[in-house]
Ligand binder design. Structure first.
Ligand code: FAD
Length: 281
């Protein structure tokens, strides 16, 4: 790799719920800034449930001199409410959004004036022109609620056509799914960069729970190896580092435009993977 051109890395956090969590995340961020991330993003609870925490974490990142992206979900939202939140983010100095539909907890009606993330992207472009660089979500293993693989790909294309600049994928452990998705999107004329989302493996029960909820497949051989380690967290971590570093190598070698790490507000695994990839400063 040309050492003068850094391979772009971005890092995702969720807003902490307690003052201790806020302090812990401050330390974690400083450790991860050694990777010189292109930006750090902060998730947003659907329905605006974490808005205060999301915005204040974004403010903290900006005040640390790092580019911050606020995730922004539109499910259940009104145009007036979104307009107000966009104005707040712009006034904060935010230049990057991850525009999503989001998922409301079951029991909530969808309500709201936006149906899909593509509606949100179109609204942001109509209201705010090019004030924001807009990222959208992509699903190499297909979104769990999609009617078909084809309709999901078209939904992705609609987000690009509505004005998205770039995409970040749901995590996956099978690089073929990613490369096929990028090829299929390209065949539909979608040429925005699609950055793979990388989930380090730190705990098997947590990973299985998340993966069931979001439709990310854990290949059978990984699932069985993880189950075989039982409570042996050291072995789970060591295996996870090997598997995920190998995945990142394949993605980089195959032309992925960067890597977006789901840090889960922890630094160790992301740092170690990037060190192994030669991406740490
Ligand atoms: P959409 O792109 O709108 O797609 C949702 C579903 O609708 C898909 O099945 C799609 O195929 C279908 N669809 C879209 N358009 C049409 C159409 N015109 N006709 C018929 N079907 C259509 N969730 C949060 O709550 N907060 C976060 O911060 C957050 N961050 C995320 C970050 C990334 C990188 C990713 C990959 C996901 C994130 N999520 C987050 C999860 C996300 O909100 C869920 O996956 C949600 O179910 C879909 O959001 P979306 O923006 O992909 O929706």
């Amino acid at each position: 790799m040309n050492s003068t051109v850094r391979f772009p890395v971005s890092i995702e956090f969720f807003p902490p719920k307690t003052p201790e969590g806020v302090e812990k995340l401050r330390v974690v961020r400083q450790q991860l800034y050694a990777l010189m991330p292109e930006f750090c993003s902060v998730t947003f609870g659907a329905g605006g449930s974490t808005q205060e925490g999301t915005f204040s974490t974004v403010r903290d990142i900006l005040s640390e001199g790092v580019s911050a992206a606020s995730h922004f979900s539109c499910i259940g939202a009104t145009r007036a409410g979104v307009r107000e939140q966009l104005a707040t983010l712009k006034a904060m100095g935010v230049k990057r959004l991850v525009a999503l539909r989001g998922d409301l907890p079951s029991g909530y009606g969808t309500g709201g004036e936006f149906h899909y993330a593509s509606d949100l992207v179109a609204f942001i472009r109509a209201e705010m022109s090019d004030d924001f660089y807009i990222e959208v979500a992509a699903y190499p293993e297909i979104h769990p609620q999609a009617k078909s693989a084809e309709s999901d790909l078209k939904a992705f294309a609609a987000k690009a056509q509505a004005g998205a600049n770039s995409a970040i994928t749901q995590y996956f452990y099978n690089s073929d799914a990613y490369f096929r998705f990028v090829e299929d999107a390209d065949a539909l004329g979608v040429q925005i960069p699609v950055v793979p989302g990388i989930m380090p493996i730190a705990s098997s029960s947590q990973l299985m729970r998340f993966s069931d909820a979001c439709g990310a497949e854990i290949p059978r051989w990984i699932r069985l190896r993880l189950l075989g380690f039982g409570d042996d967290t050291a072995s789970i971590k060591a295996f996870g580092l090997d598997v995920v570093t190998d995945l990142c190598e394949q993605l980089r070698a195959g032309g992925a435009p960067g890597l977006h790490f789901y840090s889960m507000n922890q630094s160790a695994a992301t740092l170690e993977i990037c060190q192994r990839l030669g991406l740490a400063a």
